[in-house]
Design a protein around this ligand. Structure first.
Ligand code: FAD
Length: 419
């Protein structure tokens, strides 16, 4: 089949590779000059399937309100708020019901475990080097936090996730550079989880896809799809329409706008986050792999010769304006746990990115309801962890094969049928 993919973020690139590997004639269109320049550019890089959960969770409203009042709060609502953001928050609130949350968490984790397995298959067969390391350590600063995470640990147990609850001394054996000056009640160690450079992986897999015949067209800003010819693509600035047998929408946040003329209303909203990447000054003072500060919801990860600190969740606000308060929190948490690990005087990359978030949590995978138009979008805070599995699922569905994972609740109908 002649298949077009819109968007070359981590979702578009993995989808291109799977479809090219299946023997399709694949063309990818990306408005930027390279792959993974938007949400997939500088994320935390964590692949921890047991921690892939919806942000729409019971008690979330209280958490948001408390966060608004706290200087280093993890979730913020910022001015200006678009109508889209207000609609998103209303639907988000609805999805916070316990029953809905539990069902969505199961769906997301199922896909996340499948995705990690697919990631390993891809990497092992090709020996790709993308600054990866093994292990994820969740740091709990107080006994109160230790108590609060217990229901979450029951879920990990039920899902068969390999983890250990360890004390502060044991945590310092896993991550010897953890500062002794910051109080640590205990930690959760997940040895099978990992961290890797999502952008680097995307660039490597793009080459692999090209080797299989996929063509990438950069600096191509596509116009929204049309009702009259939904599988014909045109540039936003005007060009002849080119028809494909199938189009896969992987345009992250912009997918909603591109699909709207087809009558599909996808309630995607940007939830902005920040990251800081800096060169390691002294490897002995740096993390070996990935840690997550549960109180501040900030991840600190080792990516080759750099350390990356990522966090903050902002609804609303200006997409391209860094928020100094959010960055300050990242520097504070880095200093709390790994003082002296990084050179912060020069060569620091500060980034703001948008998580393409759906209000209930899971992404949308599969047929759109319009013949020839397929969807792989809305991966929110876990797009890297879900990418390889989502791409394989899409390729199986297009090839009319049974996907290797249960897709219940991942289709677009859940958003359009007023659920
Ligand atoms: C601070 C932060 C930390 C994160 N940490 C993690 C983590 O640790 N683990 C994890 O799994 N996930 C994490 N994420 C989430 C993850 O980064 C995203 O879910 C993922 O990058 C989404 O990928 P995507 O391909 O859907 O979107 P993008 O990477 O945004 O790709 C979409 C592409 O479509 C292109 N496009 C849009 N419109 C058009 C058009 N009209 N024509 C042509 N091209 C178009 C865009 O230019 C873009 O390149 C984090 C996100 C943030 C912000």
């Amino acid at each position: 089949m002649k298949i077009a993919i819109v968007g070359a973020g981590i979702i578009g690139v993995t989808t291109a590779w799977e479809l090219a590997a299946d023997g399709h004639e694949v063309s990818v269109f990306e408005r930027r000059g390279a792959a993974a320049e938007e949400s997939s550019f500088a994320n935390a890089g964590v692949v921890a399937p047991g921690y892939v959960t919806p942000w729409a969770a019971p008690g979330m409203r209280g958490k948001v309100l408390r966060s608004l009042l706290s200087k280093h709060g993890a979730i913020k609502v910022r001015w200006p708020l678009a109508a889209r953001d207000i609609g998103f928050m209303a639907r988000w609130q609805k999805a916070c019901k316990l029953e809905t949350y539990l069902a969505n968490r199961t769906r997301m984790q199922r896909l996340a475990f499948y995705s990690r397995q697919r990631l390993h298959e891809i990497v092992e067969a090709r020996e790709m080097v993308y600054e990866r390391s093994d292990g994820y350590l969740v740091l709990l600063r107080s006994k109160r936090e230790q108590k609060l995470v217990q229901p979450g640990l029951d879920v990990l147990r039920a899902a068969g996730t390999v983890f250990r609850e360890i004390n502060a001394d044991e945590a310092r054996l896993v991550e010897p550079a953890l500062s002794a000056d910051t109080s640590l009640a205990c930690a959760i160690h997940l040895p099978e989880d990992e961290v890797g450079n999502c952008r680097q992986f995307a660039l490597l897999l793009k080459w692999e896809a090209e080797a299989l015949g996929a063509q990438f067209h950069f600096n191509c800003d596509l116009a929204p799809l049309t009702r009259a010819a939904p599988t014909s693509l045109q540039l936003a600035g005007g060009s002849d329409a080119v028809r494909y047998d199938a189009v896969v929408m992987c345009a992250g946040l912009d997918s909603a706008k591109l699909l709207r003329p087809l009558g599909l209303r996808i309630p995607l909203a940007p939830v902005h986050g920040h990251s800081v990447s800096a060169n390691i000054r002294e490897p002995l003072n740096a993390p070996r792999s990935a840690v997550m500060d549960e109180r501040f919801k900030v991840a600190i990860t080792r990516l080759g010769l750099r350390v990356r600190v990522a966090g903050s969740a902002e609804i609303g606000g200006a997409p391209d304006q860094l928020n100094p308060a959010a960055l300050q929190t990242l520097y504070k948490v880095l200093h709390d746990w790994f003082p002296g690990a990084a050179t912060l005087q020069s060569g620091v990359q500060q980034w703001k990115g948008a998580r393409p978030m759906l209000p209930d949590g899971p992404p949308v995978l599969g047929a759109s309801g319009i013949p020839g138009v397929w969807l792989n979008l809305g991966h929110g805070s876990s797009g890297w962890a879900l990418s390889c599995g989502s791409a394989r699922v899409l390729a199986d569905l297009i090839g009319a094969r049974d996907p290797g994972v249960d897709l219940e609740g991942l289709g677009v109908e859940r958003l359009t049928l007023g659920h």
